[in-house]
Write a protein of this length. Structure first.
Length: 305
């Protein structure tokens, strides 16, 4: 197994120094971490379960042209947790030892393991990276011919993505790993998340220096029988008013609530919709004189792409 890791590390370094072969490619972000990879265009997102998202998995990708699949995970660092300590703890669960390498200026820790899926054992290689307070992880399932080369070619494209701003002074924000996005009237930046936040399926917190309205973004896989309406009703609580809204052909359920943060109460509005096999939720913290107007303006830009 150590030999496999050494081969992958050598291949990555070699691929980083050579030009890419011309083929149709796509960029995939590792959750909302800002860390991206470039992969063949025929990789598509597969289904993940509610149990997967409970374990901080944000995506699974597979391809018809190769047997190498990969899983993506992300979570906020717990108090005292570091990239090295997280990797060492995970590796120890498989009786392995984590090692460090750097690719395109991105420091990562990696380890190999044997994992089981549907009664079959597979060789896997896990790479863990960080960006701010987020730890991100990609797990390659090394199946089929040229599996090591395929994983190495993907890993060699790793980069840290800059947030794109649009010309009117705001920015376009993709909601988690879904096919949904919003456009804000002023620039919003990602705030910090805690380990408790990501344990509760929160994948983003956005704030602006130009506006008091902050918002949280959540994403998780549907459990059997769940709908956006049933989730909204359960979250809102007995007797609460849950509205149904159509926004750019998307059915969105919403409700108002009062929530507390750092000893102060705020009015919030929660919007929940479905995105394939996932739910996506935005919670607006309605602070400031024009809070309702700002929330309505942002929510009105919600679209699928």
């Amino acid at each position: 197994m150590k030999k496999i890791l050494a081969v992958i590390a050598a291949l990555v370094l070699a691929l980083c120094m050579t030009s890419a072969v011309a083929e149709e490619l796509q960029e995939i972000e590792l959750g909302t971490s800002g860390i991206v990879f470039t992969v063949p265009a025929d990789y598509v997102a597969g289904d993940i379960s509610a149990e997967d998202t409970d374990e901080n998995q944000v995506a699974y990708y597979w391809s018809e042209s190769t047997l190498v699949d990969f899983d993506l995970y992300q979570w906020a660092k717990a108090d005292g947790e570091t990239l090295e300590s997280a990797a060492a703890e995970e590796a120890a669960d498989f009786g392995a030892t984590a090692a460090m390498m750097e690719v395109n200026g991105v420091t990562m820790w990696y380890y190999d393991a044997v994992e089981e899926f549907e009664g079959v054992e597979y060789q896997t290689v896990t790479y863990m990276m960080e960006n701010g307070d987020i730890i991100a992880e990609i797990v390659f399932w090394l199946d089929g011919d040229n599996a090591i080369e395929t994983a190495a070619s993907i890993l060699a494209t790793v980069a840290v993505k800059e947030n794109a701003e649009i010309s009117d002074g705001g920015n376009e924000i993709v909601l988690g790993t879904s096919n949904l996005k919003i456009t804000t009237p002023v620039v919003y930046e990602k705030g910090e998340l805690t380990a408790e936040d990501t344990d509760e399926s929160q994948i983003g917190y956005y704030q602006s220096n130009q506006c008091l309205v902050d918002f949280d973004v959540y994403q998780w896989a549907k459990a059997e029988g769940e709908t956006a309406e049933s989730v909204a009703i359960e979250e809102a609580g007995e007797g609460a008013d849950v509205s149904e809204n159509i926004i750019n052909d998307l059915v969105v359920y919403g409700y108002y609530a009062t929530e507390e943060f750092e000893g102060k109460e705020y009015e919030t509005f929660t919007a929940i919709t479905e995105a394939g096999n996932d739910f996506v939720e935005i919670v607006f913290w309605l602070d400031g004189e024009d809070a309702a107007l700002v929330m309505t303006e942002i929510l009105g830009t919600l679209t699928a792409f």
